[in-house]
Design a binder for this molecule. Structure first.
Ligand code: ADP
Ligand code: ADP
Length: 228
């Protein structure tokens, strides 16, 4: 199994402010699949994604990504795990404002020993005509496309997306989802998306529904409706 999450628990705070955010979460994901974690605000979705992304430690349980037990990694090894295994996409793009589209992608290209071809990627994501523009000259959807290219140029095994369409209107959300689907198909990247956009359900291989830090439903989607 590509991803195995076993009985993870996570709390924040101490004493009266102590909150248990993940209460024994277990799930799995096969390589090359696309999955969504759905659930109401505050249910623990980002906490789960951040734990899988090695951005945050869990209190109990294990997370194995492509054979690597990340709960056991030292801080230094976690940095390498994030660098070598993962791509991240966030709601608000987090592009470097004073770099162009191409330069934003290049920063990650240079950090990698075997990057994907920058120009091919810009082409696949419809960025070629925008490559010399700065983020402020782009629409939200275009900025997110740039963020996807930047995450992908490292050729990550796992692409983690936290509310990737959260700041976009319906049309642009759809465009981004179609692109994530294309990335999943063309590059074989395993994609994990956190969202409360239930429309995504029909486009992914697997749905995990989380509520109050527990998994409520965890099922495969047998009838994927191709987007676009
Ligand atoms: P979701 O992504 O489903 O909206 P989160 O995982 O962001 O939920 O948060 C789950 C709960 O954990 C929320 O009550 C949130 O306030 C709390 N929480 C998240 N991160 C922290 C943190 N760093 N410190 C304290 N509480 C946190
Ligand atoms: P999302 O919009 O993805 O649900 P949030 O806006 O709730 O995420 O949280 C964004 C970031 O802030 C997360 O990385 C989370 O860990 C942190 N965070 C969330 N709630 C709290 C909190 N109560 N105290 C400290 N940090 C928090």
């Amino acid at each position: 199994m590509f991803l195995e999450v076993r009985e993870i628990e996570k709390s924040y705070g101490t004493g009266e402010s102590h909150t248990k955010v993940l209460r024994g979460v277990s799930t799995t994901l096969e390589r090359g699949k696309m999955c969504i974690i759905l659930g109401p605000s505050g249910s623990g979705k980002s906490t789960l994604l951040n734990a899988i992304g090695g951005l945050d430690r869990v209190d109990k349980g294990s997370i194995v990504v492509d054979g690597l037990d990340i709960a056991k990694l030292e801080q230094k090894e976690l940095v390498l795990y994030r660098k070598n295994y993962l791509g991240f996409i966030f709601q608000f793009y987090h592009l470097v404002p004073n770099l162009t589209v191409k330069e934003n992608i290049q920063v990650c290209e240079y950090l990698t020993s075997s990057p994907l071809d920058l120009y091919e990627l810009q082409d696949a994501l419809g960025l070629t005509e925008h490559q010399n523009k700065f983020p402020f000259q782009l629409s939200g959807g275009q900025q997110q496309r740039c963020a996807i290219a930047r995450a992908l140029v490292k050729n990550p095994r796992l692409l983690l997306c936290d509310e990737p369409t959260g700041a976009l209107d319906y049309t642009m959300s759809k465009e981004i989802l179609v692109l994530l689907e294309k990335v999943n198909q063309d590059y074989g990247t395993t994609v994990l998306i956190v969202s409360h956009n239930i429309a995504i359900k029909d486009m992914v291989h697997k749905v995990i529904e989380i509520k109050d830090g527990k998994i409520e439903k965890d099922y495969r989607n047998e009838t994927i409706i191709p987007a676009g």
